[in-house]
Design a protein around this ligand. Structure first.
Ligand SMILES: Cc1cc2nc3c(=O)[nH]c(=O)nc-3n(C[C@H](O)[C@H](O)[C@H](O)COP(=O)(O)OP(=O)(O)OC[C@H]3O[C@@H](n4cnc5c(N)ncnc54)[C@H](O)[C@@H]3O)c2cc1C
Length: 426
C-alpha cells in the first residue's frame, strides 16, 4: 500500500484543519473518521471566535454554514427565582468576530475544504491501533487493515484511545473532564429574533452561572441558531458523581428556570447530545510528539475555560495548523523523529494556544470553588432585590445591605480570599 505523508485520525476541527494545511502544501494526506460523515457524532455549544478560521479561509463566513454571527454576549447569575445579567451588545464587533455553528454542518464543510485541497477523507473507519516500524509509529490499523504513513496526527478527541496506546498522555479521570449536555430546540426564526433582540444574521451567546448547576462547578448556555436554540450545560464530571446528580437532570432544571423557560417557550426539542470536555489547562499537558506521531485538539487537552468563555474549536484548529506545519518541515528534511516533529510544540508555545493556557493556568482550580455557583449568585441577586425593591422600610447603605445579605451565607474572609484568587486566576 502507498505510504501517506500523514494520516490524521479524526475529522473534527483539529483534524480537518491539519489535513487542509498539509494537503494544500502538496502532501499525501489520509483522514480517518469513524462517523458516517464528519460531524455525525460531534457536538458543542456552538459559539467560536473568528480569527483562526479567517486566517485559513479569508471571508469564510460568506461560504461556511454559519448559523449567526455573534453581536450580543451576556452572562447571568441565576438563583432559583432570580437572574442578574451583564448584557453586552455592540455594533463595533467585526463581522468575523464570532459565530454560532452546528457541528453536523460545519464539520462536513471543513472536511470538504481539506478534500478540495487534496486530502482523502475516509469515513466510517475507526482507527484502533498504531503501526510500528523499528520502534517508530509508522501508520495506523483499522481492524486487520494497515495504513502506513510517515507521520500520524491524533485528532480523535477527548477519549483518544490511541493517545494512551502511544504513551502520549495518561487517561483522564472524572476530575479532569467536564460533562456537556445539549438540546437543540426548534423555534421560528422571527420568534428567536424578537425574543433575543436580534435582526438579520445577528446572534446571541448567553452564559449562565448559579442555581442551574445546583452548586456544581459549571454553567449553562443558550446560543441562537438561525431557527433553533442550542441550550445546554457543562458541569464538572467528578462533582456530579459526588452530588449524585445527572447532567441531564440539571439540564431539565435549567430549562425550567423562569428566565430560560421564557426563551424556549413553544419550542420543540429536535436533538439531544452529550460529550466530555478536557478543561485541565496546563495541569495535564501531553507529550506533544514522539517518533512519527503527534497529538492535537481535545485529544491533547487543549481547551481554555475561564468561566466566562469555553474555547476549544480555535485551540483545536490552531494546534492542527501547527502540527501540519511541523509535518511539512519534517518532510522537507526527510526526518519524522520526535526531535523533528518537536517543532509542533515550539509553534504552540510561540502562538496563543500555550500562551493563553499559561495566562489562565490557575483558572481550572479557581473555578472548582462551589461558592461561585451558589453563595455569590445568591448574594448578588439578594443585593439587586434590595436595590430595586421598595417595601416601605427604611433603606440602608449598600455596604450594610451587603453585610446583611452575607450573614450566615458567606464570611468576609471568604469574600476577600476569593477575590484575591480570582485576580490571580482570571
Ligand atoms: C457541550 C459542549 C460545548 C462546547 N462549546 C464550545 C463552544 O461554544 N466553543 C468552542 O470553541 N468549543 C466548545 N466546546 C469544545 C469543542 O467542541 C472542542 O474543543 C472541539 O470540538 C475539539 O475539536 P477536536 O477536533 O479536537 O475534537 P472533536 O471535535 O472531538 O473531533 C474528534 C473527531 O475524531 C473522530 N474520532 C474519534 N476517535 C476516532 C477513531 N479512533 N478513528 C477515527 N475517528 C475518530 C470523532 O468522530 C470526531 O469526528 C464544547 C464542547 C462541549 C462538549
Amino acid at each position: 500500500m502507498e505510504k501517506f505523508d500523514s494520516i490524521v485520525v479524526g475529522a473534527g476541527p483539529a483534524g480537518s484543519a491539519a489535513a487542509y494545511v498539509m494537503a494544500k502544501a502538496g502532501l499525501q494526506v489520509l483522514v480517518l473518521e469513524r462517523g458516517k460523515y464528519p460531524g455525525a457524532k460531534n457536538m458543542w455549544g456552538g459559539a467560536f471566535f473568528g480569527p483562526v478560521m479567517e486566517k485559513l479561509f479569508p471571508d469564510f463566513w460568506k461560504d461556511a454554514p454559519v448559523e449567526r454571527s455573534v453581536s450580543r454576549h451576556a452572562i447571568s447569575l441565576l438563583t432559583e427565582h432570580d437572574s442578574l445579567s451583564i448584557d453586552f451588545k455592540s455594533e463595533r464587533f467585526e463581522k468575523n468576530h464570532g459565530f454560532i455553528v452546528l457541528r453536523a454542518k460545519f464539520d462536513q464543510w471543513l472536511a470538504r475544504k481539506a478534500e478540495q485541497a487534496g486530502a482523502i477523507i475516509a469515513t466510517g473507519l475507526e482507527a484502533d491501533d498504531l503501526l510500528y516500524e523499528e520502534g517508530c509509529v509508522a501508520g495506523v490499523k483499522v481492524g486487520s487493515e494497515t495504513f502506513p504513513a510517515n507521520a500520524v496526527i491524533l485528532a480523535d478527541g477527548v477519549n483518544s484511545l490511541l493517545a494512551a496506546k502511544a504513551g502520549l498522555r495518561k487517561e483522564y479521570s472524572a476530575h479532569d473532564v467536564k460533562q456537556g449536555v445539549k438540546e437543540v430546540i426548534k423555534l421560528p426564526r422571527e420568534v428567536i429574533e424578537n425574543r433575543f433582540g436580534l435582526k438579520g444574521d445577528e446572534g446571541a451567546a448567553l452564559e449562565f452561572i448559579g442555581s442551574c448547576t445546583r452548586g456544581i462547578p459549571g454553567g449553562g448556555f443558550v446560543y441562537t441558531n438561525r431557527d433553533s436554540l442550542s441550550v445546554g450545560l457543562v458541569v464538572q464530571l467528578s462533582s456530579t458523581v459526588e452530588h449524585q446528580t445527572k447532567a441531564s437532570d440539571l439540564l431539565e432544571d435549567f430549562k425550567n428556570h423562569p428566565l430560560i423557560r421564557e426563551y424556549i417557550r413553544g419550542g420543540e426539542t429536535v436533538e439531544y447530545s452529550a460529550h466530555l470536555i478536557p478543561v485541565t489547562g496546563m495541569k495535564i499537558l501531553p507529550q506533544f510528539a514522539k517518533d512519527g506521531i503527534m497529538i492535537i485538539g481535545d485529544a491533547a487537552g487543549l481547551v481554555l475555560g475561564t468561566g466566562l468563555i469555553l474555547e476549544g474549536a480555535n485551540f483545536a484548529m490552531a494546534s492542527g495548523i501547527a502540527a501540519a506545519e511541523a509535518v511539512i518541515k519534517a518532510r522537507e528534511a526527510g526526518n519524522f523523529t520526535k526531535a523533528a516533529l518537536g517543532h509542533y510544540e515550539t509553534l504552540l508555545r510561540q502562538g496563543f494556544v500555550l500562551n493563553e493556557l499559561e495566562t489562565f493556568k490557575k483558572a481550572p482550580e479557581f473555578l472548582e470553588n462551589e461558592r461561585i455557583y451558589g453563595a455569590y449568585p445568591e448574594l448578588a441577586c439578594a443585593l439587586a432585590l434590595k436595590a430595586f425593591e421598595n417595601d416601605g422600610s427604611l433603606r440602608t447603605g449598600t455596604f450594610k445591605a451587603m453585610r446583611e445579605s452575607m450573614k450566615g451565607k458567606i464570611s468576609l474572609w471568604h469574600l476577600l480570599t476569593d477575590a484575591l484568587k480570582a485576580k490571580g486566576a482570571l
